[in-house]
Design a binder for this molecule. Structure first.
Ligand SMILES: C[S@@+](CC[C@H](N)C(=O)[O-])C[C@H]1O[C@@H](n2cnc3c(N)ncnc32)[C@H](O)[C@@H]1O
Length: 289
């Protein structure tokens, strides 16, 4: 393990890993995005915002749901992912919450799939989302996590594969520093694994949860694909930025060889658990007795 200079914050962007993100990670998240859009059910002709759209998988599903009269906007801080999102024939813009470049009440529905864990501060970001939702509009969120009554899932393959990645990468970089950096990039990822905290955060910005359910997703990924998916995550992005692309590629080759040497199942049977939350904005109507 060697001490390495800390890179600037550029590694937090998905720009450098956008192609792998689109090829592997977005493909893994597509069913979740489709389940989210089905649950939030944008009406035909609705104006929909896909916040933190990545490559626009939820935006594409929303476009199908809203039909020709709909207007779907995908927004993401990564300019490279925004370009990918545009390929789904939706409007795609670079930006972030808070600071959304839209007028008040511009959207009937907003979705944010696997995004709220990334906000620097979640309250101003959620408040800005509420600002761009019309009264009575709906917000659909997904977060990694599980509801209390979810049956256990078998993630033994993935844990073994991640342990291998850590063992190899930990020879080159201090893994505590990697975890610390990843926690800065995803300050609320673990926090919002708890459904009670999702409800509370939404209530704080005036949103009422109308539906919440858990879903498990399983997909086999060959070793190389699994490694590409890992490479798009915050920990690996930090390692790549710290070691440099060439050294990182050499370390990845060593991880692949070690996965084989340790007889980690190929494909790795991946298992993800997500919470889907649907909330409603206040109608703005004053109730009188
Ligand atoms: C895990 S990816 C999810 C992408 C996509 N929604 C999907 O399901 O594949 C998280 C996305 O959130 C974006 N993001 C991070 N911070 C954000 C912010 N403050 N506002 C909007 N998007 C943000 C990232 O650029 C990234 O594309």
């Amino acid at each position: 393990m060697s001490a390495a200079a800390r890179p600037d914050r550029g590694w937090r962007s998905y720009d450098a890993v956008a192609d792998a993100y689109v090829r592997v990670s977005a493909a893994c998240h597509r069913q979740l995005a489709c389940d989210l859009v089905a649950a939030v059910a944008p009406p035909f002709g609705a104006r929909v915002l896909d916040l933190g759209a990545g490559s626009g998988i939820a935006a594409a599903a929303a476009l199908d749901a809203t039909g020709a009269g709909g207007h779907v906007v995908a927004l993401d801080p990564s300019a490279v992912l925004v370009a990918h999102a545009r390929a789904h024939h939706v409007d795609a813009v670079a930006g972030a919450a808070p600071g959304l470049p839209f007028r008040d009440r511009a959207f009937d529905v907003a979705v944010a799939s696997l995004v709220i864990g990334h906000f620097d501060a979640y309250q101003p970001a959620l408040a800005d989302l509420v600002r761009v939702l019309r009264p009575g509009g709906r917000l659909g969120l997904t977060t990694w996590g599980r509801l209390d009554d979810a049956p256990p899932i078998d993630d033994a393959d993935e844990r073994a594969a991640h342990a291998t990645w850590d063992a190899v990468v930990g020879e080159y970089i201090d893994l505590d520093a990697v975890d610390e950096a990843a926690a800065e990039a995803l300050p609320w990822e673990e926090w919002f694994g708890d459904p009670a905290r999702i409800r509370l955060a939404l209530a704080e910005v005036g949103l009422r949860v109308v539906d919440m359910f858990g879903r498990a997703y399983r997909y086999p990924l060959g070793h190389a694909e699994w490694l590409q998916r890992v490479a798009t995550g915050a920990r690996a992005r930090y390692v790549r930025a710290t070691l440099g692309a060439a050294r990182f590629a050499a370390v990845e080759a060593e991880v692949l060889a070690t996965l084989d040497a340790r007889a980690i199942p190929d494909p790795v049977r991946c298992a993800d658990e997500a919470i889907v939350t649907i909330a409603a904005a206040p109608t703005g109507r004053v109730m009188t007795r």
